[in-house]
Ligand binder design. Structure first.
Ligand SMILES: Nc1ncnc2c1ncn2[C@@H]1O[C@H](COP(=O)(O)OP(=O)(O)OP(=O)(O)O)[C@@H](O)[C@H]1O
Ligand SMILES: [Mg+2]
Length: 481
């Protein structure tokens, strides 16, 4: 084992300081021999060059002094632990001795303590442990049962990483529904044209047969099938949500009355029939209902026969809900109606367990104000796991997404984040994040993610594997190269 330094100063039970004799990187793994428990895995959290050169002397240095300044490389490390006989991760109960040697950790120790397993039946292979050739596989059951968030600044690589995750879910025949506001995920049909290189061992592969694309606007998105919802199967309470009316006490009675009246003469009634009936009804409530029903009619989302749920959600496949070019208020309506339908039918077990992905989630479950779909997304975040409905929220603004939704996500995939408000929101919603890790998030290169949860007891840095499919979110070139 390669020795990298010695422990010095006051040694704690969770962390210690090191005088480093070899340059190692922040985030690298170390091993320290414990008298009772053998090798213990640790991680370098911070690095500093210490010298006694002060401001005054620094100003007096001449070229002849180059290289004579005495310095020490100081490291701060945290202890991750060792596996005991039962396979549990434990921390030593006595601090390491000052003067003890620290080594660069070898891969078998890292894999054992972190719990990295290869080619498991339930693992989604998302990349390699940073600076190592150890596969990082996320436990698919944990992902779907305990919700996921993907957080990074714009251009940080969220959609790319989500593409990797969806590829893995499709390989494992996990049913997915993806709310795709930019129409980026259709490219999952096509194999990647770029070579991923031998390190990651990824073969190009398309998933055309497992992708079903729907859109409320097929004139803008001609590759998609039309998405509409059945008026007859929309409960009057849900119709009120659709109409943007929150005052149920005032409006539910009059709306039910109008629906009953229209239904008695026209069994296959349309929204237009309801508009006319509301228009012909006296009173302030009917007037508001008339105005809001006209709005709903304009969205063209509710028809007498909606898209069949059995066509929309197919076991083991991914459904893309392409919202490209659709007005933001209509996007919210689509998500509200769809998420409600999926949750209701999941409760009745009429559809398979599934993973619901919400891209640009800060627009659909905002921290400030409310979107039409906020309430149902909060419900799914807090109760979905009981019914096999996993939620994955993707956002470039961690501070702007509803805190209760974010804190329900037990797996976080974090790429580069620089906005201080977003960093604070992330630090508040994740346990076990050290100050050093929070600093590292600000300078993560594109393609490196900090993963917490996903079956791992400690956060780890992962180099995201190349895509097997084409990435659809390439930046638009404004000036030709
Ligand atoms: N792991 C990776 N390997 C190689 N290239 C990557 C990787 N991740 C991202 N990129 C590249 O970085 C660019 C931005 O990635 P991506 O579209 O995923 O960003 P994003 O976080 O979804 O941005 P936005 O918030 O604008 O949607 C893309 O052009 C993509 O090709
Ligand atoms: Mg994106």
């Amino acid at each position: 084992m390669e020795e990298v330094g010695r422990i010095f100063g006051d040694v704690g039970l969770g962390q210690f300081s090191l005088s480093l004799t070899r340059p190692i990187e922040r985030g690298d793994y170390l091993a320290v021999e414990d008298e009772l428990h053998g090798r213990v895995l640790c991680q370098l959290d911070d690095l500093k060059r210490k010298s006694d050169l002060d401001l005054e002397h620094a100003g007096q240095l001449t070229p002849a002094d180059d290289g004579v300044v005495h310095e020490n490389l100081l490291g701060e490390a945290r202890i991750i632990g060792y596996r005991d006989e039962q396979g549990l991760v434990k921390l030593p109960t006595m601090p390491f001795r000052p003067g003890a040697r620290a080594y660069r950790a070898e891969e078998p120790l890292i894999a054992e303590v972190l719990g990295l397993k290869h080619h498991t039946n339930t693992g989604a292979y998302v990349g390699l442990l940073r600076n190592h050739n150890l596969r990082v596989e996320l436990d698919i059951n944990q992902l779907v049962q305990r919700h996921v968030s993907v957080l990074a600044k714009t251009g940080g690589g969220k959609s790319y990483l989500l593409g990797v995750l969806i590829e893995e879910l499709l390989r494992h025949k996990v049913t997915c529904v993806i709310i795709d506001p930019h129409g980026e995920y259709g490219s999952l049909r096509n194999p990647s044209e770029k070579s991923g290189g031998p390190r990651f061992g990824v073969q190009a592969q398309g998933f055309a047969r497992q992708i079903h694309e729907y859109s409320p606007d097929v004139s803008l998105n001609p590759g998609a099938k039309p998405l509409t919802f059945s008026l007859r199967h929309t409960d009057p309470r849900d119709l009120l949500v659709f109409m943007g009316l929150t005052n149920v006490k005032t409006f539910l009675g009059p709306l039910k009355e109008i629906i009953e009246r229209v239904g008695a003469t026209t069994p296959d009634f349309t929204v237009h029939d309801l508009v006319r009936a509301a228009e012909a009804t006296e009173g302030a409530a009917a007037e508001t209902l008339h105005e809001r029903l006209e709005y709903v009619e304009q969205t063209k989302l509710l028809g007498p026969v909606g898209t069949s749920l059995n066509d929309l959600v197919q076991k083991g496949d991914a459904t893309l809900v392409n919202l490209r070019g659709v007005a933001p208020d209509v996007q919210e309506l689509v998500v509200a109606r769809l998420a409600t339908t999926l949750f209701d039918n999941r409760k009745k077990e009429k559809i398979p367990p599934l993973f619901l992905v919400i891209e640009e989630a800060h627009n659909f479950a905002p921290q400030q104000g409310a979107a039409t779909c906020s309430r149902i997304l909060k419900n799914i975040a807090s109760e979905g796991r009981k019914f096999g409905l996993g939620l994955c929220v993707v956002t470039q603004r961690a501070a702007r997404i509803d805190k209760s939704v974010l804190s329900q996500c037990n797996t976080q995939l974090i790429l580069q984040v620089t906005n201080p408000l977003d960093l604070r929101a992330i630090a508040q919603s994740i346990e076990g994040l050290t100050a050093g890790m929070t600093e590292m998030i600000q300078s993560l290169p594109v393609g490196t993610a900090l993963i917490t949860g996903g079956g791992y007891h400690t956060p780890l840095f992962c180099e995201v594997r190349p895509r097997a499919t084409r990435h659809g979110g390439e930046s638009v070139q404004i000036v030709a190269a």
